[in-house]
Design a protein around this ligand. Structure first.
Ligand SMILES: NC(=O)c1ccc[n+]([C@@H]2O[C@H](COP(=O)([O-])OP(=O)(O)OC[C@H]3O[C@@H](n4cnc5c(N)ncnc54)[C@H](OP(=O)(O)O)[C@@H]3O)[C@@H](O)[C@H]2O)c1
Length: 267
């Protein structure tokens, strides 16, 4: 398969940490233009500085995907600086584990607004710019294996990532014939700041592991092995790098089980 060598303009939400930061720095090394947004301005400026040092042209700004005005302003300003983004990565997302009937309203609302409403605001604006300008492009969605293996203790998160699945299927149909491709990832556990707000005490970890065990959701993805953020960046680069005429619809990516974990005696 031939790689697509075009110079791309990549807009990444939540580029101040984790997977978004890694993707930004990998794209910078390719010399692609970057529009980087997140709420923590100091962090996004730091990622922008490193991307510029790697040779990229960068627009960096404050972005809160849950705020429609913030999304519009971010797109307007990045387009004025770099032109229309032909890769839009819906990366901003969060999860705070907890049993649904014990969760605070604010936590539930924050997860739904960030992981779902924000994705709709960003995708709407990103797609509009591409379609109105008759440009080819890619809209990338950072989904989760929680959509296919819904987990107890992450009801809201699993629901938002499940909804993302339907969103991607529906949107890809809507965009048929426009040259805009929808690329969905279902990502397993990956090193990032995702769990920064989680209770990681031995007791909390044991309780979560017990839930995974009880509901049979503790497989290779939850054996303590983690992927690196760059593994996800490389998967995205592969998908967006396919030439026109080819669509990578879904990428399931999760950690390989540790060696020595093989099922014995079934040959
Ligand atoms: N890591 C994993 O194991 C894993 C697995 C499956 C799926 N994912 C998905 O991958 C994506 C990235 O997660 P990550 O692991 O890289 O997490 P992370 O290290 O916590 O980074 C999340 C990013 O989202 C940004 N963000 C949060 N709320 C935002 C908002 N309202 N507006 C704009 N930016 C916002 C954060 O920046 P600010 O705080 O500066 O705004 C941060 O840059 C998420 O969608 C997540 O669901 C991750």
């Amino acid at each position: 398969m031939t790689a697509d060598q075009r110079l791309r303009t990549v807009l990444i939400t939540g580029a101040s940490a984790g997977l978004g930061e890694a993707l930004a720095l990998t794209c910078a090394q390719k010399g692609w233009r970057l529009a980087l947004g997140a709420r923590r301005v100091d962090r996004i400026e730091d990622v922008a500085r490193r991307a510029r040092e790697a040779g990229a042209e960068v627009y960096a700004g404050r972005l809160d995907v849950t705020d429609e005005d913030s999304v519009e302003r971010f797109f307007d300003e990045s387009e004025a600086a770099l032109g229309v983004a032909d890769i839009v990565v819906n990366n901003a997302g969060l999860s705070k584990p907890g049993i649904l009937h014990e969760r605070a309203t604010a936590d539930i609302r924050r997860e739904v607004e960030t992981n779902l409403l924000g994705v709709l605001f960003v995708s709407r604006r990103g797609v509009a710019a591409l379609v109105e300008n008759e440009m080819r492009g890619d809209i990338v969605f950072m989904g989760s294996d929680a959509a296919t293996v819904p987990r107890p203790g992450q009801v809201t998160y699993s629901a938002t990532k499940g909804a993302l699945e339907t969103l991607c299927t529906s949107l890809s149909r809507e965009l048929e014939g426009t040259g805009v491709r929808v690329i969905r990832l279902r990502i397993g556990p990956t090193m990032s700041e995702f769990g920064a707000e989680w209770d990681l005490s031995p007791q909390a970890l044991e309780e979560r592991t017990e839930l995974f065990r009880r509901f049979g959701t503790r497989d290779a993805r939850h054996l303590g092995t983690l992927m690196q953020a760059d593994d996800i960046a490389q998967a995205i680069l592969f998908a967006v790098g396919r030439p026109p005429g080819v669509v990578i619809d879904t990428i399931d990516i999760y950690p390989e089980a540790p060696l020595g974990n093989a099922v014995k005696g079934l040959r």
